[in-house]
Design a protein around this ligand. Structure first.
Ligand SMILES: [Zn+2]
Length: 153
């Protein structure tokens, strides 16, 4: 991926970070995802007094894009005060919509410490829609060891 595109993605992540609603953690995060056609969607973290309702910047960006009709992303940039990396939940969500080889760029606020990796490096051996499909439709009964097909009760 061209550096100029990744730089633009980083700049958008840095800019949207300013809009973070993070009165509890004081840890502001901005994220930007790139579609195959070059469109950029951004997201910031949005916290809540009921902490568990907080949504991370990465998921916010992805969900915004999905709700606009996107289904695939080719790169993601995340900017925090100190270049922190995505949480486990966000890694799994990125994995759902991105190729494991897609670039992930992390940076601090002044874009001086930029780190590059891939989605696969961020989440090795991630759970995929394919794995889910492969595992559906049958369960092994512990008691009998017999295989039963769900839906045929
Ligand atoms: Zn997260």
């Amino acid at each position: 991926m061209k550096k100029i595109i990744l730089d633009r993605l980083l700049a958008r992540a840095r800019d949207v970070r300013e809009r973070a609603y993070a009165p509890y953690s004081n840890y502001r995060v901005g994220a930007a995802v790139l579609t195959p056609l070059g469109k950029i969607y951004t997201g910031c973290n949005v916290e809540n007094a009921s902490y568990g309702l907080t949504v991370c910047a990465e998921r916010n960006a992805i969900f915004k894009a999905i709700s606009e009709g996107e289904r695939e992303f080719v790169a993601v940039a995340v900017v925090t005060a100190n270049g922190g990396s995505p949480c486990g939940a966000c890694r799994q969500v990125l994995y759902e919509f991105m190729d494991p080889a897609a670039p992930v760029v992390l940076s601090d606020d002044d874009l001086s410490q930029v780190q590059s990796m891939t989605v696969g490096e961020l989440l090795p051996n991630g759970f995929t829609p394919r794995k889910l499909r492969e595992g559906q439709g049958s369960v092994r009964k512990r008691e009998t060891g017999k295989r039963v097909v769900s839906g045929k009760r």
